[in-house]
Ligand binder design. Structure first.
Ligand SMILES: CC(C)(COP(=O)(O)OP(=O)(O)OC[C@H]1O[C@@H](n2cnc3c(N)ncnc32)[C@H](O)[C@@H]1OP(=O)(O)O)[C@@H](O)C(=O)NCCC(=O)NCCS
Length: 174
């Protein structure tokens, strides 16, 4: 297993491969998320509808220095199941993730998030943070299972999700 990764390398966990995100993943993401507003609305930035073209633009925006985004696929058959990553302009990098609905409830998000924690640690980052809309207990549970602490509820601006929103703020110290 490759828990200590250099930037740009694929990470292997027990059941998953996390491959650095690139434009070729856009078609897979269209298949996974395209019209699933109920899933997409829980993220801050994923475009809706998640067409291949929209996802290509989103992937390009993720591909900036300091951003570490990965296509999540299963080792058993190589199928893409979602995306996970961290980055951003704040002192503590922000984590995000989404899986295709067919793959929920099997512990995959927790496994992928734990891999991100290991990667951030291997980069020498001091911590990671994440925000979960208060209406999204599944995401909060993923963060708790991955060792994040709930710092409380705050209000934060999400221009693509209706403006000011109440979110649970999670943080982990590395
Ligand atoms: C959130 C998401 C990534 C979770 O993926 P997943 O692979 O199903 O997550 P896991 O299986 O690792 O863990 C989910 C946990 O949430 C729990 N859960 C699911 N729905 C829940 C609910 N309505 N209330 C409380 N807990 C819930 C599960 O029981 C599980 O906890 P457990 O292992 O203690 O039983 C997935 O639902 C998703 O992609 N949602 C849309 C996008 C999103 O919310 N992204 C996060 C933005 S911050």
């Amino acid at each position: 297993m490759n828990d200590i990764a250099t930037p740009g390398s694929t990470i292997e966990t027990a059941r998953l491969l996390l491959s650095p995100l690139n434009e070729t993943h856009a078609g897979d993401f269209e298949s996974l998320f395209r019209n699933d507003w109920e899933a997409i609305k829980q993220t801050g930035q994923i475009p809706f509808p998640a067409t291949k073209e929209a996802m290509q633009i989103w992937i390009a925006k993720c591909s900036i220095p300091g951003s570490h985004a990965f296509c999540v696929s299963t080792k058993v058959n190589g199928q893409s199941i979602g995306v996970v990553g961290f980055g951003g302009s704040h002192a503590i990098s922000e984590l995000g993730y989404i899986l295709g609905r067919a793959f929920w409830g099997q512990g995959y998000a927790t496994e992928a998030v734990k891999a991100m924690v290991g990667l951030a640690r291997s980069f020498g980052l001091g911590g990671l943070q994440a925000y979960s809309f208060v209406e999204n207990p599944a995401s909060a549970r993923v963060l708790e299972k991955a060792g994040f602490s709930n710092m409380g509820t705050i209000v934060r601006e999400y221009p693509k999700r209706g403006g000011m929103r109440r979110v649970m703020h999670f943080r982990t110290i590395l």
